[in-house]
Design a binder for this molecule. Sequence first.
Ligand code: UDP
Length: 424
Amino acid sequence: MLFKSRGKVALISVHGDPAIDIGQEEAGGQNVYVKEVGEALARQGWQVDMFTRRSSGEQAEIVQHGQNCRTIRLTAGPQKFVPRQKIFHYLPEFLQAFLDFQHEQKTIYPLIHTNYWLSAWVGMELKKRQAIRHLHTYHSLGAVKYSSIDAIPLIARTRLRIERQCLETADTIIATSPQEKEHMRSLVSKKGNIIVIPCGTNIDCFGSVDRIAGRAKIGIKPEEKLVMYAGRFDKRKGIETLVRAVAQKEVKRHEKLKLMIIGGYTPGEKDGLEKERITSIVKELGIEDITVFAGKVRHEDLAYYYAAADVCVVPSYYEPFGLVAIEAMASRTPVVASKVGGLKFSVADGETGLLVAPQSETDFALAIDSILSDSQWREELGDNARTRVENKFSWDGVASQLDGEYLSELSNLYQELGLLVPAV
Ligand code: UDP
């Protein structure tokens, strides 16, 4: 379908490169969100430029995603992977590179949609310098994150301050679930304009494969019972809870049981260390023979894994949204997830999966067992899950909601500037 051009928007995602391989070195949900939202907005008629930090000299500076959508990599700091806790220092350089890019292109982006607190700083600085509307998606809130981890990083105070300033000064904050909005209000600030627009998933890709084809492709026999996890190796993800649950007698008693843990890691980096830690727990529990570490899987290929699985487990200690849950649900696979954050919004307890107490290996074991023990119920949960995602969480649906928001922001901006609002 052809749309009239709606105008330019810059999606800024300093550390979450939308054109990079997903599944390791801090590349996860945010990268997917920015890429999918950008591409879907371009389909709605927006001219979308997605700005990120160049993290290797070998990376192309510009990656074209489609006719009206591209990733632009700006140089700020060393051209190598830098963990997100260390990126703040390079933000002034990023800001300058963004302003230089605008200058070279003789353009200004009237709409700036920033992602994660690092980019929020860039958005706030831009708003001081030019007439723009600033929208922001947090992806993760420091106030929530630091309440669930033992070692609070040095950068925490800066992050908390910027997150509060952003909530109070951005034109619109996009929470991805009512639970995230509630956290912003109770833990960050009572001021600021928050709307809820969820994350989405590619419902054509996830759900395109059936169980038999999925199993044939990834080498799982029809009689095997497959429990899966997909995501980054990060303590907050709760993989430890999952492996401990699988080792409980309620789950272990299932014959032909297999646990597949999907996600990339780099030896020696934070995710590599977490993978090593999980591997040693798996050994200690004596479940090495049924556990497979599948490594990083290409995002689109995950469709086979979700389709093949009997249950997908999302055992996070905290999860602002949790894309993996809706990807599994789109693939007709029930989800057992922690009753936290956005998972309480995406997973309908008892209808599309089960929600259980975070960090409770016993509750996870009971929930996994109940789904593995009843294949008819598993199918019912899977069908309901697919319907729920089709109704609430498609990227095109999400982009339509963002489209409406962007149009109203633009019209406010034009009115503030005393300009006529262009017809779309
Ligand atoms: N993912 C992937 N390949 C992998 C592991 C994960 O493509 O090997 C993707 C997964 O499909 C999901 C994203 O990484 O889209 C993780 O997003 P989520 O919101 O679940 O977690 P986050 O990384 O944001 O904490």
